[in-house]
Design a protein around this ligand. Structure first.
Ligand code: G3P
Ligand code: MG
Length: 262
């Protein structure tokens, strides 16, 4: 996967298959075990992961604001240093066989994936802990730059200010806005994307309407949809003509979707 990431697949090709939090249906989400499966399964285009800051302002790969759902830790990750976070077991909640998994840092994951897959880095904002403006964005961009992965990354967020900040700092960055039905209802994809310079529109499968697809097409925006774990859902979204599919079982979905590709 040394090719530069493009928001849309080449004409006539199947939608991108994106491993949502890694192969999170078969290994604990956002761990190296889940990312390893995504790198090993043939045909997967991209790995999605979620990032936020620790107490010592390191970028860690974790979905929730708090630790308890996916690790043996408790409370907000922002209250623990990376060293403290590393003590927690991030795999046993999923299955005993993953008890050696830890919450990884973004630096570690960039190193681990090492260009084998494109990466969708989703920046999480914390409504209970407003970060200093640009802090997470700057740290993420620095890490990607240091790993020389600029060409292989897409940045996205529900927090569109963060998307704007990424683009302002690195105008070359490919970015995506994630739709929030309650906040963004009635706003067209092109409007949301254009005001922050995004080239990808990301939404949940039940949120996408034919009108939104039409608008995205007219403005050359790519559409990615989450989380598609059944072939019925995949068929429906492919009929609508989406460009990317995020799945917890991307290894199964890729076999189904790409059976007709070369
Ligand atoms: O980026 C798509 C998807 O990951 C957004 O939702 O909650 O799974 O991070 P969530
Ligand atoms: Mg996510």
């Amino acid at each position: 996967m040394t090719q530069q990431f493009q928001p849309k697949p080449a004409p006539g090709r199947s939608p991108y298959v994106i491993a949502h939090r890694g192969i999170s249906g078969k290994a604990p989400e956002n761990t190296l075990a889940a990312f390893k499966l995504a790198c090993e399964a043939p045909g997967i285009d991209m790995v999605e992961l979620d990032v936020r800051l620790s107490k010592d302002e390191e970028v860690v790969v974790l979905h929730d604001r708090t630790l308890q759902r996916t690790s043996t830790g408790n409370g907000a990750a922002r209250n623990y240093t990376v060293e403290e976070i590393r003590e927690f077991n991030a795999g046993s909640w999923f299955h005993q066989s993953f008890s050696s998994e830890r919450i990884p840092t973004l630096r570690e994951v960039l190193h681990f994936i090492n260009g084998r897959r494109w990466m969708n880095i989703e920046l999480k904002s914390d409504f209970l802990h407003r970060e200093q403006p640009f802090l997470l964005e700057r740290k993420v961009l620095e890490l990607v730059d240091a790993a020389e992965m600029n060409r292989a990354v897409m940045y996205s967020s529900f927090d569109h200010r963060m998307v704007a900040n990424i683009k302002r700092t690195n105008p070359e960055a490919i970015t995506g806005v994630i739709y929030n039905l309650y906040r963004d209802f009635g706003r067209l994809p092109s409007k949301l994307a254009r005001r922050v310079g995004a080239s990808v529109f990301v939404c949940a499968k039940h949120e996408l309407t034919p009108g939104m697809v039409r608008d995205a097409r007219q403005h050359a925006l790519a559409i990615y949809v989450y989380t598609l774990n059944t072939t019925a859902n995949v068929n429906k979204m492919m009929e609508l003509g989406v460009d990317g599919i995020l799945s917890d079982n991307a290894d199964d979905i890729v076999r189904y979707i790409k059976r007709n590709d070369r």
